[in-house]
Each structure stands twice: as C-alpha cells, then as structure tokens.
Design a binder for this molecule. Structure first.
Ligand code: ADP
Length: 261
C-alpha cells in the first residue's frame, strides 16, 4: 500500500543519512571522549571542573552508543534465512531475557508444542524478540508480567490491519504480552516510525520498533499491536509457516569423520 511504501522509503532515507553521518560522528566522539579522559587526569581530583568534564564524558559515551545503534540500523543486513522452530529460539533466549527484564518482572512462556517451522534469520528474530522485551520492561517500571506465547495460526480470509495485509495461509504466531502502562491511540499511530519515542531525551532512540517492523516485513510476515492505556500491550508477530524440515544445527564437527576413519 501507499503507506507501506512511504514507511519503507522513510526507513531507507533515514538509514542512508544515518550511515553516512554516524561514521564521522563516531570519530568525533572518540576525540571528545579522549580529551575528557586526558583533562580528568591533568586536573586535581578536587577541581571544580572534575564533575563537568565527567558529565561531558558520559554524554559523549551515550552519543557513541546511539551512533552505533544508528550504524546497525542503516547497515543493509544480509538476511540469512534458515528453517527455525520459534519455541527453540525463545528457549535459547530465556536466560538472557530474565536478566534483561530484572527480578521485578515475571517471565512466563506458553509454547504450542506442535508449532510449525518458519524460514527466517535467527539473529534477526532474536533481535525482534529482544527489542519487544526491552519495551515491555520499560512499560512496567514497578514490575509486572511478560508472557511469550507461540501458536499455529491459519488465516483463511485476507485480513487488513493498519494498512497491512496478511495473505491467506498458514502462519506461526509469536506474541509478547505485558501488563504495563499501555499506549494511547496517538502513540499507536506513530509506533513503527523511526525516531518515534516517548521515553525522553537520552533514553529512547525510537529505532526499536522500526527495526522490528523492517525485519518482519522482510521475512514476509506481519507485526500487530494491541494496547490500551493502563492495561498493557500485546505485540503479535506472524511469520509464514514452511513445510521444510529443520536443518541439522550448524556444528563445525558434523560431516567430518572422526580421525582414524
Ligand atoms: P524506544 O524504545 O527507543 O522509545 P521503540 O521504537 O522501541 O523506541 O518504541 C517507540 C515507543 O513505543 C516507545 O517510546 C513507547 O512509547 C512505545 N512502546 C513500545 N512498546 C511499548 C510497550 N510494550 N508498552 C507501552 N509503550 C510501548
């Protein structure tokens, strides 16, 4: 649709701009950070400028991390699709996710044990899940519950959702639900735009969901959001199911005969 086209053109423009600027910016930030460190060493520990310079240093570190996010965003990442079982992808991330969301948020999983396979880039799918988990965490500052569930879904009639269409077919769905602050209609309408954030200066980059959107679209899937202020948010991701079987996991030893044969 026209809206999709505009969105992807915007992402591409942002990506190109960001990639060009971010590289030069990183060099400048290295210089700023370097001079801060040098100055801190040259002045007395009790000098009144200590605190100010330390603040400059902190800000330049924060800027450096933002530019590296921009670089990652703009890099045309080559997809390396593989046949995946999303239950396994989530299981592999559980420990990391628990650490990420902290002790005040409970992580619960509900796997469809007969879940079909999808063809997608595992690293990118992990990134999508992580970005959504970070947002869920930020939406539950006083704790709560994050639920990750999977299911086989059959779409038997073309469905439209916010200008995107899901074709008839078999899909694997993965949903992340939180019981956090939720979103207003206004926030929802800007959600997947690059640089849209409500997290305030120095906190959000507004690239998390734009990145998710790009990855899921490239994987021929869809991402949908259901959210109400004060009751929570659910993101549902749909990826086309594939009949292909799981490839044996990449193991450098496999296919090679043990020595002596
Ligand atoms: P960022 O996290 O840097 O702000 P995102 O693109 O990931 O960028 O998110 C954009 C905005 O969408 C957030 O600032 C927030 O307002 C809203 N948002 C995303 N996920 C959630 C959620 N689970 N609950 C409430 N608001 C959310």
């Amino acid at each position: 649709s026209e809206e999709q086209l505009r969105q992807s053109q915007k992402m591409e423009a942002v990506g190109r701009l960001a990639g060009g600027v971010a590289h030069d910016f990183n060099n400048l930030l290295t210089v700023i950070g370097g001079y801060c460190a040098l100055s801190l060493r040259q002045i007395d520990e009790a000098h009144p400028l200590q605190k100010s310079i330390a603040e400059i240093q902190k800000a330049s570190e924060r800027a450096a991390s933002l530019t590296s996010q921009l670089l990652a965003f703009s890099r045309k990442q080559v997809l390396q699709p593989r046949v995946l079982q999303l239950n396994e992808v989530v299981r592999g991330m559980e420990k990391m996710l628990r650490r990420l969301i902290g002790e005040d948020i409970e992580l619960s999983t509900a796997f469809d044990l007969l879940l079909g396979h999808v063809k997608a880039d595992p690293g990118q799918i992990e990134q999508v899940i992580m970005n959504l988990a970070v947002n869920a965490r930020d939406a539950m500052p006083r704790g709560g519950k994050l639920t990750i569930s999977t299911a086989n879904i059959t779409i038997d009639q073309k469905t439209h959702f916010r200008n995107r269409t899901l074709d008839v077919g078999d899909y694997v769905q993965i949903a992340l639900s939180d019981n956090g602050v939720g979103m207003t209609e206004e926030v929802k309408s800007h959600l997947f735009e690059p640089f849209f954030t409500t997290k305030g200066l120095g906190k959000g980059t507004g690239l998390g969901l734009a990145t998710c959107y790009g990855i899921i679209c490239q994987s021929n899937g869809d991402i949908r959001v259901y959210s109400e202020p004060n009751s929570g948010t659910t993101f549902k991701i749909y990826l086309p199911r594939t009949d292909a079987k799981l490839e044996p996991t990449a193991n450098p030893e496999s296919g090679r005969l043990p020595s002596g044969y």
